[in-house]
Design a protein around this ligand. Structure first.
Ligand code: NAP
Length: 652
């Protein structure tokens, strides 16, 4: 349990006219949940008005004029709002007090929101997620003075001050464990500090891309821009007093476990270039999977005389307005860069090797309405259920479509459900383009989920059809001082080459040198690009080394890395508690436990669209093993990381 209570709703002081207007912005399903809390009455869940789909694709592709978020018709939404206004009036008149909540209503609420029968296994997850008792159960508070004293003598080094590192700092503070965060940049935010390319924003909803205990009710955009996210993490680091413990412009060179003292010696290079060794009882790596830009392996790249940039290190000096720009790549980064650069570039050439699937999401660039912000702050449990709705709608509703049906025989899909999705996504692409030649170029020839599916409001294909934009699918032969030469010998002269070519995602913890027991090097144990960890967190032979967003923890079916990071930190804290309570020094994952877990991970990943041998993507290493992705449902991973089993570890 954490010492922090989950924030509760602020009192409603606004008049009816204000509330009626605000309700026009809110999510209907979450509003109905809040009404149940305000009244204690579940009869609204039994009526004819129900969400129609939790599937983002079908919801997004419905006739927008007739349906709103969650598949409610506009008439249904209006009826719910009218009823909600009365409920809110009563709640306000009662001084914003809630009737006792019967948690027996949760199954019915879940079924209503998800459109599925209640599954018992969800109960604990929902109770924690919605925080019905108002308590944040993911932290750790040590009440025993003896444990507090041990914790105070348990210094930890956290590597990275992005989402994971800040979370680790907040949680260690709560537990009274001292720590230092080492950060190579001048500020916090990690990937959101580094990725500043035009159009950069997160493509999962902001309201689920934040810490559960620190919701941001003021996101300006549903899918926040890079700056907004960085500001959020800056605020978290400041408000939770993590910032003071961060050493900026300092890089970890190596971390070595000292068998004799059973401590980690972490060598850091300070901003002045001098090295120093920090001693720690444990190391938490929160360096992320996508932080080392990968330049394309194209002959002549270094000879280019214009400006060469990478999406992951976009310099402020890169001014594309009026210039001839080439973008290499068509993944998540390129997909955001292209519509933005196309607005003002003199000419833009997009060099695409393989096109991306895209989800229809008309609200992708929408600002969050003031009514929604009000509801998040003031309607009891609204923000919690809204977050859950985002999770459920973007995760569980889609997970089944990623799994391979062995009896399904097609190059373009992996199952009937996956194929149904492919047809929906194909229709979305075709609805935006008339030119058959262009359709052929932008229509993926691999199954949905073979690569990351991108959120789309139509701006990408619109940009490709602008007069100043050309899509080039002929392969690149070489780069020359003037520009790019394609396989057909054509020279494309450009002023700027922007490589949106991804990251060294298969080199976990790269380029740090990490040495475990008996001098074993992590890079060797992982054979360079074959990262493996138990639950993505612990690694045999590397006692008290913990990873956040380590091997096989990336989420493909949207969801939220923030949620997963909380699961990982929950687990790490409980590992530390085992050490403190037993007064032991180290905890080392058993090889057999690690191997069995990884066999399971590999087995499930091999049966997914992204693991299929027919697709290539950044989730796989050079030998084709999926090293990036978590193949489990969020619920399953949450359960696995709830409490470490002592038998899984050698504890000394
Ligand atoms: P990516 O998905 O790995 O895409 C790299 C692109 O570059 C692909 O289109 C790839 O083509 C192409 N490419 C690579 N080497 C090439 C070469 N030598 N010649 C021609 N084309 C080449 O990288 P990313 O777009 O940076 O995205 C990586 C991940 O970062 C995403 O999947 C996502 O998880 C995260 N991300 C998230 C957001 C967001 O939240 N909005 C934004 C950006 C990134 P092939 O597909 O044919 O290999």
């Amino acid at each position: 349990m954490s010492k922090h209570l989950q924030p509760s709703a602020e009192a409603i002081t606004e008049d009816d006219a204000f509330i009626a207007e605000a309700l026009k912005d809110v999510n209907t399903a979450a509003l109905i949940m809040s009404m149940v809390h305000m009244t204690g009455d579940t009869s609204i869940l039994k009526g004819a008005i129900r969400p129609k789909s939790s599937d983002v694709v079908s919801a997004g592709s419905k006739d927008q004029a007739r349906y709103g978020e969650g598949g409610f018709t506009l008439e249904e939404m209006e009826a719910v709002r009218a009823q909600a206004l009365e409920v809110i009036q009563g709640y306000r008149e009662r001084g914003c007090t809630l009737p006792p909540f019967d948690s027996g209503a949760v199954p019915e609420m879940f079924s209503y929101m998800s459109g599925r029968d209640f599954d018992e296994e969800y109960l604990a997850f929902i109770k924690e997620e919605i925080a019905l008792d108002g308590v944040d159960h993911r932290g750790l508070v040590l009440d025993d003075p003896e444990l507090q004293a041990r914790a105070a003598n348990f210094p930890v080094v956290i590597i990275g001050a992005g989402m994971g590192g800040i979370l680790a700092g907040i949680r260690l503070d709560e537990a009274g464990i001292p720590y230092t965060v080492i950060e190579k940049n001048t500020g916090v935010g990690g990937t959101w500090f580094e990725n500043k390319y035009p159009g950069c924003r997160v493509d999962v909803p902001g309201h689920s891309y934040s810490f559960s205990f620190e919701p941001n009710h003021d996101w300006r955009n549903h899918f926040p821009l890079s700056d907004e996210i960085r500001e959020y993490y800056e605020r978290c680091a400041r408000d939770y007093d993590v910032e003071r413990k961060i050493r900026f412009e300092t890089e970890v060179v190596s971390a070595a476990f000292d068998d004799r003292s059973q401590t980690w010696k972490v060598e850091v290079r300070n901003r002045d270039g001098n090295c120093e060794v920090l001693e720690a009882r444990a190391v938490i790596s929160a360096v992320g999977q996508l932080n080392r830009p990968k330049m394309p392996d194209i002959p002549g790249l270094e000879r280019f005389e214009g400006q060469l940039v990478h999406s992951g290190a976009w310099p402020d000096s890169c001014r594309h307005e009026g210039k001839r720009v080439a973008v290499i790549g068509s993944g998540a980064s390129a997909f955001q860069i292209i519509p933005e650069v196309a607005k003002t570039a003199g000419a833009l050439k997009v060099f695409q090797r393989s096109p991306a699937w895209m989800f229809p999401n008309p609200g992708y660039h929408s600002a969050v309405g003031e009514g929604q912000k009000w509801a998040l702050k003031k309607l009891p449990f609204y923000s919690k259920w809204y977050r859950f709705w985002l999770f459920y709608a973007t995760v569980e509703g889609v997970y089944d479509k990623t799994l391979v049906d062995e009896s399904w025989d097609s190059e373009l899909s992996v199952s009937a459900a996956n194929d149904e999705m492919r047809l929906g996504l194909t229709a979305w692409i075709e609805s935006q383009v008339d030119d058959p030649e262009l359709i052929d170029k932008v229509l993926p020839k691999y199954p949905p989920f073979g690569k990351r599916i991108l959120q789309d409001n139509g701006s990408y294909l619109k940009a490709l059809q602008q007069d100043n934009v050309a899509l080039i699918t002929t392969g690149i032969r070489e780069i020359v001082p003037e520009g790019i030469v394609t396989e057909d010998g054509e020279l494309h002269e450009v002023d700027i080459i922007a490589c949106a070519t991804g990251f060294n995602a298969d080199r976990f913890l790269f380029p740090m040198k990490v040495v475990g027991r008996n001098g074993i090097e992590l890079a060797e144990q992982w054979q360079g690009d074959n990262g493996r960890a138990y639950l993505g967190i612990t690694v045999p032979n590397f006692p008290n080394l913990f990873c956040i967003y380590g091997p096989n923890t990336n989420l493909v079916v949207a969801g939220s890395i923030a949620h997963n990071a909380e699961s990982q930190m929950n687990y790490i804290l409980r590992c530390l508690r085992i050490l403190l309570e037993s007064d032991n020094r180290t905890l080392d994952c058993r090889q057999a436990v690690h191997d069995a877990y990884n066999a399971r991970v590999d087995d499930i990943n091999a049966g997914t669209a992204w693991g299929s041998p027919r697709v290539n993507n950044w989730y796989k290493n050079a030998s084709g093993r999926v090293t990036a992705n978590l193949p489990f449902r969020i619920l399953d991973y949450w359960k696995m990381t709830k409490q470490p089993k002592t038998d899984d570890y050698i504890i000394e």
